[in-house]
Structure formats: structure tokens, C-alpha cells
Design a protein around this ligand. Structure first.
Ligand code: ADP
Ligand code: MG
Length: 379
């Protein structure tokens, strides 16, 4: 994200009102009850009801916060930069942070920046960008446009991912999982505590690989005992500090143990960890007291505490939930096959047939997550 602080400061409340008007109209044209890919200029002027709307539109387009298109009719669409500015403005106005810093990480579908609070604390800002990778973009266009026919869905899917991530992170922390503390979210951005250390994938040596392995497998098992599967549990999403303390990150794709493909996702998470530790640290599991065959989802999940059921929810329509879940399901596949910088262990990735993803019925879980978010927002 190229955040220009001078530009951010130069934007007046009216500029933001116009940006937000375009965003709202892209989400839904109230009268026609459909999403608008390109919002007609006259509609923006009418809804914003400001004197200088046209001038503001030109200014915003000139700074790439809006895209102007007059090929079919005169209209504007929000750019990803415009969406970034709306989210950052909201978080800054709420006092979540006051300074925007360097990019400290990049995922398949996100950028992570350091931000600073008023009292000087450094936090991490994760900007979700679903559809960032070309494969996803093509897949998204091909499959998803059947339903919505709108490029603006990318923004709103990214914002769904941010909400899920925030909700899962908050709930996991409350249950003492080693995850970052969720601080706030808006649109496609999540603010969380900054994790000390490095992604496990960057670590070539450990003082005690057996202990790290036990902790990590223990996390998968404990997640399942709480009714959840991470679904992208691997060396890219585990951070480790100098004391070899493990923190897990990256949660938007988590599913319930009641998911139809739960067994496959669970086994894949476990297998990734086994393969990574064997390859990187030459851990021999024959000598180790963790027996892979004993890590069995059905026996763990039958007594599950079901954190997924505790996560309260609402806010999306059933259709939004289905679309989001389908997309997140596709993300699970993509996460594994297109990791940042590639993975050494492609064999640990198994495919999922698309029909299964489409029939994915985790609405209950998602409802709960959404209600949880609402309760957080209103508390
Ligand atoms: P993605 O969903 O795109 O894979 P991740 O959440 O895995 O994104 O984050 C990508 C990278 O950003 C991580 O590998 C890590 O290096 C860094 N990162 C993510 N969250 C934090 C955090 N809270 N503190 C420090 N670094 C982080
Ligand atoms: Mg990741």
C-alpha cells in the first residue's frame, strides 16, 4: 500500500463523504437492489448531497482513490487505494493508531504494516487483499462473477476475511491460545498486537525442535478440542521468537470440526507439521513419543468444547455467508498451493473437489462469528 500521509491530511471530510458514497453505492444501489461496478456520477452527486461533489470526484480520481470511466456512462468506482484510505481514516479517527509505518510482512493475500499508537506502542496492521494473486483473480472472475458480476466484490470479500480473522483471533485469545491480541478492525484491515520473532519457515536451527514440535502439534489438537481446524497450519503461519515461543497467525480460513471436509483439513494440517519438522530439523518420529496415528480428529472432536458454538453471530445475509464461505473454501486450496515464496512440501497439500466446497455448510459457525463481531462492535 502506498500510503501518502500528505494526501491523507489533504482530504477533507467532504472528500471522505464522497468516497464513502461511492463505496456504499458499489455495495448496493438502494433503488435497484444490486451492486454497482461503476457508480453513475449523477447518482453520487445526488446521494452525497454536497455542493462540491464534482470537484471532489475529480480530485479523488486524480489521486487514484477513485477510477473514472466514461466508456459506457460517466461514472466512478472505488480503487483499492481508496478503500485503504477509507479504512485507515476510520481507524485513525477512532484513535486506534496515529502513525503508519513500514511494511513488515507480505502474505499471499495481505500486506502487514507496523503502526504506532498515541502512547508509542507498535502494532501490526493486516490489510486483506483477496484476489491479489493472479490465479485467485482469474478464478474469482470466472466463478464468482456468475453470482455477482461485479469486480467490487473483491473489496467486500476482503472485508469479510478481516472480520472473520478479527473474530477468531479474539475468541482464541480469550481461550489462552498463543495468538496476537485483536485490537480493532475496519473494512479489510485488522489491527493486532505485533508478534516478536520470525515465521518458522525462516528458522534454520532450533535449540529444542522436539519441544517446538510438541507445542505445535498440541495446538492443532487443542484447536480441535475447541471445535476448530486452522486449515492453513504450516511454517508460514507460525511465528517463533528467540526463546522458541510459538505464536499462531492467519485465521480467516478456519473451519468447524463439523465441516464435511474436516478430517481432510485436519490431517493436512498435521501432515504439514510432521513433514516440515522431518525435513528441516531431521526429527525422527519413530523415536518420538508422538504417534501420528493417535492424532485422530474423530476421537478429539467428539468431546470438543466447541468454541465455534461460543462465537456469537450475525450481520450477513444467508447469501453473503454462502458466497463468502465458498470463497474462503477456495482460499484454503489456494493457500496451500501458492504459499509466499513457495513451499518445499507440496506433497502435503491435497486437493479438494469444488463440489464439496460449494456444499460447505458452515453457516452455523459463520453466524456465530458474525454475532460475535456485532457484539464486540456494540459493546
Ligand atoms: P496471509 O493471510 O496473507 O498469509 P499472514 O497473516 O500469514 O498473511 O501474514 C503474512 C506475514 O506477515 C507473516 O508471515 C508474518 O511474517 C507477518 N505478520 C503477520 N501478522 C503479524 C503480527 N501480528 N506481528 C508481526 N508480523 C506479522
Ligand atoms: Mg499466512
Amino acid at each position: 500500500m502506498k500510503l501518502d500521509l500528505n494526501l491523507l491530511r489533504s482530504l477533507s471530510p467532504d472528500h471522505f463523504k464522497v468516497l464513502a458514497t461511492v463505496e456504499r453505492a458499489m455495495k448496493k444501489d438502494g433503488m435497484k437492489k444490486k451492486k454497482l461496478d461503476l457508480v453513475p456520477s449523477h447518482l453520487i452527486c445526488r446521494i452525497a448531497a454536497l455542493k462540491g461533489t464534482e470537484k471532489a470526484l475529480k480530485y479523488l480520481a486524480c489521486h487514484d482513490l477513485l477510477h473514472h470511466d466514461s466508456s459506457k456512462y460517466d461514472g466512478y468506482r472505488l480503487t483499492s487505494l481508496g478503500y485503504d484510505y477509507l479504512a485507515i481514516k476510520n481507524l485513525v479517527d477512532r484513535g486506534v493508531f496515529v502513525e503508519f509505518g513500514l511494511q513488515i510482512g507480505e502474505g499471499k493475500e495481505s500486506e502487514i504494516h507496523e503502526v504506532r499508537t498515541k502512547d508509542g506502542t507498535l502494532l501490526a496492521l493486516k490489510v486483506h487483499r483477496l484476489g491479489k494473486t493472479s490465479f485467485r483473480a482469474v478464478k474469482l472472475k470466472r466463478d464468482y462473477s456468475k453470482h455477482r458480476n461485479s469486480s467490487c466484490d473483491w473489496f467486500f470479500l476482503s472485508s469479510s476475511a478481516a472480520r472473520y480473522e478479527f473474530a477468531f483471533m479474539k475468541a482464541l485469545k480469550q481461550h489462552d491460545f498463543p495468538v496476537p491480541s485483536a485490537v480493532a478492525f475496519n473494512r479489510h484491515c485488522v489491527v493486532m498486537s505485533l508478534v516478536e520473532g520470525y515465521p518458522l519457515v525462516q528458522v534454520k536451527q532450533l535449540q529444542n525442535p522436539e519441544a517446538a514440535f510438541d507445542t505445535i502439534i498440541g495446538l492443532i489438537v487443542r484447536l480441535a478440542e475447541h471445535g476448530l481446524i486452522h486449515c492453513d497450519f504450516n511454517e508460514y503461519n507460525l511465528m517463533i521468537d528467540d526463546d522458541e515461543k510459538i505464536t499462531m497467525i492467519d485465521f480467516p480460513q478456519m473451519v468447524s470440526v463439523s465441516h464435511p471436509n474436516a478430517q481432510m483439513y485436519f490431517d493436512r494440517d498435521v501432515e504439514c507439521v510432521f513433514k516440515f519438522f522431518k525435513k528441516r530439523f531431521d526429527l525422527s518420529f519413530e523415536d518420538h513419543n508422538t504417534d501420528e496415528s493417535r492424532i485422530c480428529l474423530s476421537s478429539i472432536a467428539k468431546d470438543a468444547d466447541c468454541l465455534d458454538k461460543e462465537l456469537a453471530a450475525s450481520g450477513f445475509t444467508k447469501k453473503d455467508l454462502e458466497d463468502n464461505q465458498q470463497f474462503i473454501g477456495e482460499g484454503i486450496e489456494q493457500n496451500s498451493s501458492d504459499r509466499d515464496g513457495g513451499t518445499e512440501d507440496d506433497e502435503c497439500v491435497s486437493g479438494t473437489n469444488e463440489e464439496n466446497i460449494k456444499s460447505f455448510d458452515a453457516l452455523h459457525l459463520q453466524d456465530q462469528v458474525e454475532m460475535f463481531i456485532l457484539s464486540q462492535e456494540t459493546s
